[in-house]
Design a protein around this ligand. Structure first.
Ligand SMILES: [Zn+2]
Length: 434
């Protein structure tokens, strides 16, 4: 317990300076998920046309033309709950799958380990809860080699009407390429919190010159870097471009968003301390700027879930706080990314203390707001369809420093930590394998 308290304290310190201004006590953003201690036990290049030679009587300079929009490559998203006609697509046989849908969740990944692991007070938390860009690529590669294919979490369950006339959730049969196993990826806290920026993370998503999503950030020397190799979002895009059969339906990951520092690196949040016209004008500019990013993400297989506005602990906050927080999320985030049935518990903390044997007032309220799939963190990809309410609860596995160091066996079905972990760039701490 002492250890746990120390860990939580460290995390609180880690996150205290999260967003400029901070919030009042009611919805102070909490620390990031701390999976290991929270889990419960249920099982063409074109030449510009030459300028015309200037006439003797010079005409007015033509207005510079805006760059032609890059033509987007078409992107197909398919429904895994429908068997392809004839049981085959592109020469690949498909078969029904009703087994476990594995679910791996990631925090933002470390672009520059030398900034993350520099001996400062945040080093340990980053080592525990994050993977590096190199490790992330190797994890994708190994999941792919082990026969996993990506599916979107929104396709795993559906809402239907039960015999009693009441709505209920059901698990969908998935139709997968023969011999493949489904895995859902979700990324928590894809908000680009200010504290992360000086610790070796990317700063925001941008549209690259090629029309593809890239990250923008600064390297350790302070230089600006636009890249597709430093952030888990463009990296997964790139991996799927290189290995299209890793995503036979076009699914990418589900992005779990808070709202208190804006989303995707854009500062779209209201601030209680700053209600000035300037702040609001800037907020509206940021809202406009993030829209094309969201549109492109959706077009290319990314989906969104709520991680609450203030990263609040749903096991501890009173109902009024949860209501105010949810309204804020819907207003500031939902209004941009759209409605979502997916809720990712901050800290993995279950509402009302226990969400699968109990259906408490907070769970009921969240369900009434449209959430149907409630995701925690655990030691297996457990899922449970609630009997008394139209909702499903599921746990996610967490590839990160903790499990790389301590849970090699558990993750062998996806990858071998020995092959993944960048032992040389991480702090010298205990590893429970040789
Ligand atoms: Zn979180």
């Amino acid at each position: 317990m002492k250890k746990l308290t120390a860990l939580l304290l460290a995390l609180t310190l880690l996150f205290t300076s999260a967003c400029a201004g901070g919030e009042g006590t009611q919805d102070t953003p909490d620390a990031p998920d701390s999976p290991p201690v929270q889990e419960q036990t249920p099982p063409a290049e074109t030449d510009a046309p030459d300028e015309p030679a200037p006439e003797p009587e010079a005409e007015p300079e033509p207005e510079p033309e805006p760059p032609a929009p890059v033509e987007k490559e078409p992107y197909e998203i398919l429904d895994p709950t429908v068997m392809p006609e004839g049981g085959e697509r592109d020469g690949v046989k498909y078969e029904a799958y009703n087994g476990i849908v594995e679910h791996l969740f990631f925090h933002p990944i470390i672009a520059y380990p030398e900034l993350a692991f520099d001996g400062d007070s945040e080093e340990k938390g980053l080592d525990d809860f994050m993977v590096t860009a190199d490790e992330f690529w190797k994890i994708m590669d190994s999941c792919y080699a082990n026969g996993y294919v990506l599916v979107d979490i929104g396709d795993v369950w559906s809402e239907t009407t039960g015999d009693d006339g009441q709505p209920k959730m059901v698990r969908n049969t998935l139709y997968l390429p023969e011999g493949k196993k489904p895995v859902v990826f979700s990324y928590d806290d894809t908000n680009y919190y200010p504290y992360m920026l000086e610790n070796g993370f990317t700063y925001k998503l941008v549209m690259g010159d090629d029309g593809k999503i890239a990250s923008w950030g600064r390297n350790p020397e302070g230089g600006e870097v636009v890249s597709r190799d430093l952030d888990a979002i463009p990296m997964l895009d790139k991996f799927v471009e290189e290995h299209p059969d890793f995503s036979p339906f076009g699914a990418k990951a589900s992005l779990s968003l808070t709202g208190y520092c804006g989303i995707l690196g854009y500062r779209t949040q209201t601030e209680r301390e700053d209600q000035s016209a300037e702040h609001e004008a800037n907020r509206q500019r940021e809202r406009e700027a993030v829209k094309p990013i969201i549109e492109e993400l959706k077009r290319t297989g990314w989906t969104f879930g709520s991680h609450t506005w203030g990263h609040i602990n749903l096991a501890k906050k009173p109902l009024d706080t949860v209501k105010a927080d949810t309204e804020k999320w819907l207003d500031e985030v939902g209004s941009l990314v759209g409605e979502t049935p997916i809720l990712y518990y901050p800290h993995g903390a279950r509402p009302d203390g226990n969400d699968w044997t109990e259906t408490g007032p907070i769970f009921q309220y969240l369900q009434s707001q449209g959430f149907r799939v409630f995701c925690s963190v655990g030691t297996e990809s457990f899922s449970f369809i609630k009997k008394d309410l139209c909702a499903v609860i599921c746990d996610r596995l967490h590839p990160d420093g903790t499990t790389l160091r301590r849970s090699r066996e558990r993750y062998l079905q996806f990858y071998d930590a020995k092959d993944i972990m960048d032992v040389d760039v991480r702090p010298q701490r205990e590893i429970l394998w040789e």
